[in-house]
Design a protein around this ligand. Structure first.
Ligand code: PGA
Length: 243
């Protein structure tokens, strides 16, 4: 399976013009990565998905959303359903990102509902898990990860379209990326709870200087890149390091 490199733009960039130029700068023809050896998924804010759709085919990348709701339709102001994403030709969706868990009160139960609904609609999932610094210091990392996986995937019968992203919360946006050796052990631990060919990715302060090590030495099947994905040149280096 090809490594999966995901750009999580979070709530950036702020204008359509900037989004347009970022999409085009990241595309395969402009920047020369090879889609035969790596799969690139760009997850812009909802507002820029339509623009991304226009550029995706030519750019050689796939489109993902950063969140989704667990109802089909109706009186849920501000929410977007899995069917809507599917119908907008979005293939992937990030679910359970720690920023959503922390800032928007998403529990394992909500994450589970979202995963089930999104799978039903035919979306591929980027299921984020990760321990906080406090949990890590208390020696609870594995316990937390196991709980997040088991609760998040509860009653999910077929997980072939689920990719797991291990993102230690303390490593996100801090410049303090997880050591390769520790990441390797954690990925091995996570793999006990998923299928043999489920992709397990690493995320948390990924940069071009460390990206290749996660894929080549830590056994990560891909990367979830936040901050560095907003710098086209840097992101392309990351993509190439995984080829
Ligand atoms: P970061 O974010 O690369 O900026 O640490 C990763 C993420 O939140 O997915």
């Amino acid at each position: 399976m090809k490594p999966l490199i995901i750009a999580n733009w979070k709530m950036n960039p702020v204008s359509l013009e900037e989004a347009k130029s970022l999409f085009s700068a990241l595309g395969e023809p402009t920047s020369g990565w090879n889609k035969r050896s790596v799969e690139v998924v760009i997850c812009p804010p909802f507002a820029w998905l339509a623009e991304g759709r226009q550029q995706a085919t030519e750019g050689g990348f796939t489109l993902g959303a950063q969140d989704v709701f667990y109802e089909d339709k109706g009186a849920f102001t501000g929410e977007i359903s899995p069917e809507m994403l599917k119908s907008s030709n979005v293939d992937y969706v990030i679910i359970g990102h720690s920023e959503r868990r922390k800032n928007f009160g998403e529990t394992d139960e909500i994450v589970n509902k979202k995963i089930k609904k999104a799978l039903e609609a035919g979306l591929k999932i980027i299921f984020c898990i990760g321990e906080t610094e406090e949990e890590r210091k208390a020696g609870k990392k594995n316990e937390v990860l196991q709980r997040q996986i088991q609760e998040g995937l509860k009653d999910v019968i077929d997980i072939k379209d689920v990719n797991v992203a291990y993102e230690p919360v303390w490593a996100i946006g801090t410049g303090n990326n997880c050591e390769v050796e520790e990441t390797k052990e954690t990925i091995e631990f996570i793999k006990k709870f998923v299928l043999k060919d489920t992709r397990v990715l690493y995320g948390g302060s990924v940069k071009s200087e460390n990206s290749g090590n996660y894929v080549k030495d830590a056994g990560a099947d891909g990367l979830l890149v936040g901050g560095a994905s907003l710098d086209a040149e840097e992101f392309v280096k990351i993509v190439k390091s995984a080829e």
